[in-house]
Structure formats: structure tokens, C-alpha cells
Design a protein around this ligand. Sequence first.
Ligand code: SAM
Length: 398
Amino acid sequence: MKYKYSFILGHSAEISLSEIFQVLNLSHIKYSVIEFNNSFLIIDTNSELDINFLMRRLGGIIKIGIIYGEFRNNQIDKIQNFLFDFLIKNANHKKLKIGFSYYNLSNSFFSEFSRNSFALKKRLRQEKIQSRIITSKKQDLSAVIVNKEKLISDGFDFQILAFGENIFIAKTLCVQDYEKFSIIDYNRPKIDAVSGMMPPKLAQIMLNLSGKNDIVYDPFCGSGTILLMAGELNYKKIIASDILSRAVSNSIENLKWYENKFDKKLDYNVFEADVLNLPVEIFYEKIDCIVSEGYLGKAMKGNESLDFIKKQIKELEKLYLKSFENFLKIKSLKNVVISMPVFIYNKQRFYLEILDKIQELGFKQENLLDEKYLNERATLIYKREDQKVYREIVKFVK
Ligand SMILES: C[S@@+](CC[C@H](N)C(=O)[O-])C[C@H]1O[C@@H](n2cnc3c(N)ncnc32)[C@H](O)[C@@H]1O
């Protein structure tokens, strides 16, 4: 029997895609890709997936669903009949809660479909089934709404997924544990708004991109987001350093808080060090991978001149290149997944131009997605439109 699953991607779609492919491969799951776009991925598998395991593991996936039907976009009536039959068969409540989440739909099809959902409600009423259609301002219901309305246990969140003229209908099976990410992001005792903190989801994605590893090192640890997420992913050992003693004590305090909060024991070693002058012992430590968000430079207000940005880039290029020279000395190191800043000026992107130089040192840049889906630098960009600095995610293997 074949199973078809849908994965709703987070806001930086290519990064979510890269992560899910990596995690499926690492979990030895055999699958083939049916479709993907900026909103979702559809795969088929020969066996049922452990979707709760996958959801816990992934940082970049919002919902996982199972596909029940495939139609063309001129078959609205057929879709309505299908949903009607499905609900009659599967309704075990006298009062049904039904959510619809639309992905990649044209506006006209979306309006037509929304009208149809109310026709569906009417038909159900004729069968003595009361229903409530859950809506939101957006075309899709967020993970928060799906959870709050209990649409998985006591109702349905139907995903209406459009790809060209095809429409896939899926039922959401699970949603991201947004509360856990939010607790780690906002409830930890130490935050550092000056140096900048990364979203825990991105930290988890980067750890996944590095592959299956036991021991991770973050040489720019800040207040420790990557360390906490390495705890989440059950890394056997977490090594970290930062040039600031404040960052070291923040990370340690956050790690202790995490152990307490989630009743877990972590093996970690956090120390103060300039990445340009690492203690020799670190080169002989057993370290599988470096996963790190590098220094972003001086905090930006948004009114900086292009000259300032270019100077900043020059300094950072030196820092990152020197860091990679040192990373090369770590004997057991297999790979580095790093986030480097991309500066935005007049909507234009300014990158650290060091990818080739890092390769000349002896690292090889690994494609994080099939070449045809990557930008001209073969990297992935994590961004929010209003940000002054984006993050460029790159993986190098030794
Ligand atoms: C963007 S922050 C990392 C934030 C971290 N990922 C978090 O979520 O808290 C970069 C860190 O690099 C550190 N840093 C800057 N220059 C450094 C150097 N030469 N050696 C080591 N750490 C450095 C800064 O102190 C800062 O904590």
C-alpha cells in the first residue's frame, strides 16, 4: 500500500525542504517526491511514517498531513462530494468542527472554494450533522488555531493543496510544537538582544542539516540557542565557546534552566575563547560537527551608509576566514554548518565573499538542495522581509 503525505513548509521554504530531505534520508525512509513548491511538499512512501517522531525532529515544518484525494481544479463539485462522503463516514461527533487550510490557491479558486464549504455545511445539516467551519483571516489555519480548536482530536483540518491544475486534499495529522519553541525562545532566563539571538527553529534546522552526529561545537555560542536545540535533538555532547564571558555564563545558565525545565541531563562544556585563538586542546577533542551562527558585526540601526556596511563586511570576512583556518585544525571534524550575515541596503543583498576562499582552505561546500533550486551562490537564505540582516546558511565538509 502507498501512503501520500503533505508537509507544510515554514516561511523560508527552501531551508525547510532541505531539512526534511536530510531528515528523511537520515531516518532511512524510502520516499519519492510527488510535488513541491514554496508552500508544501508531497511525497509517497511504501510504509506508514512515524509522523510524531518526524514532527519532533523537524524545525522547519508546520503541519504534516495525509493525502486522501486528488482532483483537478475544475472539479469543485466532485471535491465537495468527496468531503461530504468523507465526513459522513468519519464523523463521530454530532457537532463537527471543520477547518480548511488553503495552500497555493489562486484567489478566484479560493473564493469559490470558501463559498462551497458553506454549501457543505448545509448538506451536512440535512443529514442531521451540525458543523462549525473554522476560519481565520489568512488562507490557512495556523498550528495555533488547529491546536486550540482541537481540530486533530475532535475535528478536521483539511489541507487544500494546489499544484498547477491539480488539487490534493489532505487531513492534518499533527502540527509543530510551537509552544516548546516559544518556551525555549522567550522563557529561558538569559537573552541577549545586543549580540542577536537566533530563532530556536533555525538552530534545530541547522543541526539537522549537519547530519547524524553525536558531538557538536558552537564557537560563537552567544546565549546558547544552538546548544539548547542540540539538547532537544539528544546530542551526546555539546561543546561551546564565545569571546564574551557574559555569553559563556548566559549559555550555562540557559542550559541549566533547560535541564530543569525538561527534566533532561546534558553533557556540555562551555568556555571563554576567541575563535581566532582557540586553545590547542580543542583541536584534539572528539568533535563531529560545528553548527554555529557567526558574529553578525556591530548592531545595526538601519540608517547605516553603504560604506559602513562594506567596511563591516571586510572585517567579518577576515574573522570568518581565520575561523575556518582554525576549524580545519580540529582533527575529527566532519562538517561545518554556519550562518553568515547578509546585509541589506536599498533592497540589495551584500554577502561575505569568502565561499571560494573557504574551499581553497580545504573545505568543500555541499549543496543543501538539488542545484536547480539553489541561488547562484548555492546557499540557502533565512529571512524575514523587514530584517536589515538576513542569514546565509552554508554547509562545508572537510
Ligand atoms: C550572533 S551571536 C550568536 C547568537 C547565538 N546563536 C544565540 O542564539 O544566542 C554571535 C556571537 O559571536 C561572538 N563573537 C564575536 N566575535 C567573536 C570571536 N572573535 N570569537 C568568539 N566569539 C565571538 C559574540 O560575542 C556573539 O555572542
